[in-house]
Design a protein around this ligand. Structure first.
Ligand SMILES: *Cc1c(COP(=O)(O)O)cnc(C)c1O
Length: 391
């Protein structure tokens, strides 16, 4: 037989990091000391209190069987308690909360549960690439919502065409935002909820970074702090970034009971949920959200941010220190607005990896993203090298 892969795979946007990846590997092979601000994956290990709980949980034989479809009731109760304590929102653990195998899995499956082929999905650009690929897999049409610096990287909801709105079944929003680092206020969530109510679509708020903030008086909000949000929205939370647990694969979806049930139905047919031992360790993690280890992690990102941002600015990058996330979204210096070329220049001349903004969608052009997943002393080496470049 001559195998030809499914056509939907050819509909995915081209993978724009290949060239940077190749150059990075070449540089390493040539013996260069490459400093990578590329991937958004915490460099520090999972805190010991969580690993210790996992070591116990893995010995409990009840955990060796198939997990319960929507997550254990203990985990779901812990999730709703977390949402109550952190955001002062009340959710029913039985119907309005479920475990996902990382937020990526929840987002990846959500369109299958919500849209029909030919429906529009509103997707931010630049944005996390999974919004677009999951839409394509479900036969949906992507409508890009530009995130521009002059609007604080919030989409202009009034700019969405009427005919798109009438066929829109789902909108993805993501604050604190990857890649721009922007944070949304409650007024923005209010506008989204009102629009969704008017046009009958579901909002998926990707909240993977709500706990990666730098000022206790300025903590990111949940969409459910808006009245009526539960009637239109689900929110995806992740343990990955908050607790350095990207490899564990655990997150949760909360909100609209019908959407939660529909997502559980999809998942029941393709996976059997997150390993229960990991959910047990996840409970310990969420209950430890105010432990010193977690606070220290935030402090560390803040120091790294402050070690990088002022230097980038001096060099001619347009950049504000982010209030949340571990990303620095920097406008390329004048005359170097082609983000692919800008990232290539940094890699060629300073052996530093940053991601070209265009890789996150066409409205990411003109920017590069630095992930603060590099030790502070290495950031200092990097800024020294950048300072010696000729622009
Ligand atoms: C990292 C990330 C995720 C995925 O998190 P997991 O829970 O590890 O799957 C989702 N959304 C955004 C915007 C992210 O940056």
């Amino acid at each position: 037989m001559s195998f030809k892969r499914a056509a939907r795979l050819d509909q995915l946007p081209p993978y724009l990091f290949i060239e940077i990846d190749r150059k990075k590997r070449e540089a390493i092979k040539a013996g260069k000391d490459v400093i990578s601000f590329g991937v958004g994956d915490p460099d520090r290990p999972t805190p010991t209190f969580i690993v210790d709980r996992m070591a116990e949980a893995i010995r409990e034989s009840a955990n060796h069987q198939y997990p319960l479809g929507s997550g254990s009731m203990e985990f779901r109760k812990c999730v709703t308690t977390f949402m109550q304590q952190r955001f002062n929102v009340t959710l029913d653990p039985a119907t309005e909360a479920m475990a996902v195998i990382g937020t990526k899995e929840g987002i990846g499956h959500l369109p299958l549960a919500v849209i029909n082929p030919g429906d529009y999905v509103l997707v931010p650009s630049p944005g996390y690439p999974v919004y677009e690929s999951s839409t394509i897999f479900a036969g949906g049409l992507v409508h890009e919502m530009p995130l521009l610096s002059e609007r604080g990287f919030l989409p202009d909801l009034n700019a969405i065409p009427r005919d798109v709105l009438s066929k829109a079944r789902l909108m993805f929003i993501n604050y604190p935002n990857n890649p721009t680092g922007a944070v949304a206020g409650l007024d923005f969530y209010e506008q989204c909820v009102a629009l969704a109510q008017k046009h009958d679509f579901v909002i998926c708020s990707d909240a993977a970074y709500t706990e990666t903030y730098f000022d206790d008086r300025d903590r990111p909000r949940s969409i459910f702090e808006v009245k009526g949000a539960k009637e239109v929205a689900v929110e995806m939370h992740s343990l990955s970034k908050t607790f350095n647990m990207t490899g564990w694969r655990l997150g949760f979806a909360v909100g609209h009971a019908g959407v939660v049930e529909a997502l559980a139905k999809i998942k029941g047919n393709v996976d059997s949920g997150a390993f229960t031992a990991i959910q047990d360790a996840g409970i310990t993690a969420l209950e430890g959200i105010n432990r010193p280890e977690v606070l220290a992690n935030r402090e560390m990102y803040r120091r790294r941010r402050d070690a990088l941002v002022p230097h980038l600015r001096e060099l001619g990058f347009g950049v504000e220190p982010p209030r949340a996330t571990f990303y620095v979204w920097a406008k390329c210096p004048k005359g170097h607005e082609d983000s692919m070329r800008c990232a290539t220049k940094i890699l060629d001349e300073a052996a530093i990896v940053a991601i070209p903004g265009v890789g996150f969608g066409k409205y990411g052009e003109g920017f590069v993203r630095f992930a603060l997943t590099v030790e502070e002393d290495r950031i200092r080496v990097a800024t020294g090298r950048l300072a010696e470049m000729k622009w």
